[in-house]
Design a protein around this ligand. Structure first.
Ligand SMILES: Nc1ncnc2c1ncn2[C@@H]1O[C@H](COP(=O)(O)OP(=O)(O)O)[C@@H](O)[C@H]1O
Ligand SMILES: [Mg+2]
Length: 272
């Protein structure tokens, strides 16, 4: 999908929260699928050694000969790592447990924070005409996550609608500030999305009120409901949008994609 107002190259979004189990991988896969459904070309970069995004999109271990580890630390070419998923418009750079040693290996490299930045700016990325790159980060604020923030234009934070949800957010925002000061001054907050929202549970509502009061506009209007179809989809190696296209979860991720694209259009209109 060509948009004359878009700057050259894809918009790169790091999906970050140092807590595990808050919906990072689920959001990366399903927001990616929803953007692909809108006609965009999307690359999903699996930056978690657990490789859940790779598994969730049906890229089994036997199909991960070259991974994001090679991209970061073995000078791999992008086209050797990027592969199409079963979803039209959605590509993936998979990960394996190899990546768990990356943090230690990167420390010795003087460009340690810029390894993903450099990898995603290889000239060969142009052939794919990606509109979006979504980076699924590990549950930490490690050097891998810093690499994602340095490579990205913005940070998308999934927040689980649970008690203590906001805890840890200040640490995350400090890391964003650090990255801005040292490596990526233009890094923006794409937004915070509430996940696993349970309408029957008063706590979800309280967490939402608390989050909107404290963070205001940064919170997406769209909330992702707790939906069993969302949690079933990865075992069928499909985004929920394919597994049960009419489920509440699918509708929510479509709404999130639309909200994000609309915000981007508005910001560009303002010359941002
Ligand atoms: N909206 C949702 N409704 C129900 N289950 C969800 C939802 N979002 C995520 N899950 C489930 O919660 C677990 C953690 O989600 P995941 O995306 O893997 O989190 P993270 O990547 O932050 O560790 C997974 O089993 C996932 O299927
Ligand atoms: Mg994950």
């Amino acid at each position: 999908m060509s948009d004359p107002t878009r700057p050259a190259g894809p918009k790169i979004i790091a999906v970050v929260n140092q807590k595990g189990g808050v919906g990072k991988t689920t959001t990366t896969i399903n927001l990616g699928a929803a953007l692909a459904e809108l006609g965009f070309h999307v690359l999903l970069v699996d930056l978690d050694p657990q490789g859940n995004a790779s598994t969730g999109l049906g890229v089994g271990k036997e199909k991960r000969a070259m991974t994001t580890y090679d991209l970061l630390l073995a000078d791999a070419e992008l086209q050797d790592v990027v592969q199409p998923s079963s979803i039209e418009g959605l590509w993936i750079a998979p990960a394996t447990t190899d990546l768990s040693s990356a943090d230690i290996e990167m420390v010795a490299n003087e460009k340690r924070s810029f390894l993903l930045y450099d990898a995603l700016r290889q000239k060969s990325i142009d052939q794919y005409e990606f509109d979006y790159v979504l980076i699924d980060c590990p549950p930490s604020l490690s050097l891998l996550t810093v690499n994602a923030m340095v490579a990205a234009h913005s940070v998308l934070v999934p927040l689980q609608s649970e008690f203590f949800a906001l805890e840890g957010l200040s640490q995350l925002l400090l890391t964003v500030r650090d990255v801005r000061q040292t490596a990526n001054p233009d890094l923006r907050i794409e937004g915070v999305v509430l996940t696993m929202y349970d309408v029957r549970n008063n706590l979800s509502k309280l967490v939402e009120e608390d989050a909107r009061e404290n963070l205001g506009d940064v919170i997406f209007k769209t909330v992702i409901p707790r939906n069993v179809r969302i949690s079933e989809a990865p075992s069928y190696a499909l985004p929920v949008l394919e597994y049960d296209t009419r489920s509440k979860g699918s509708q929510a991720y479509r709404a999130l994609a639309n909200e994000m694209v609309a915000l981007q259009g508005r910001n560009q209109g303002k010359g941002h």
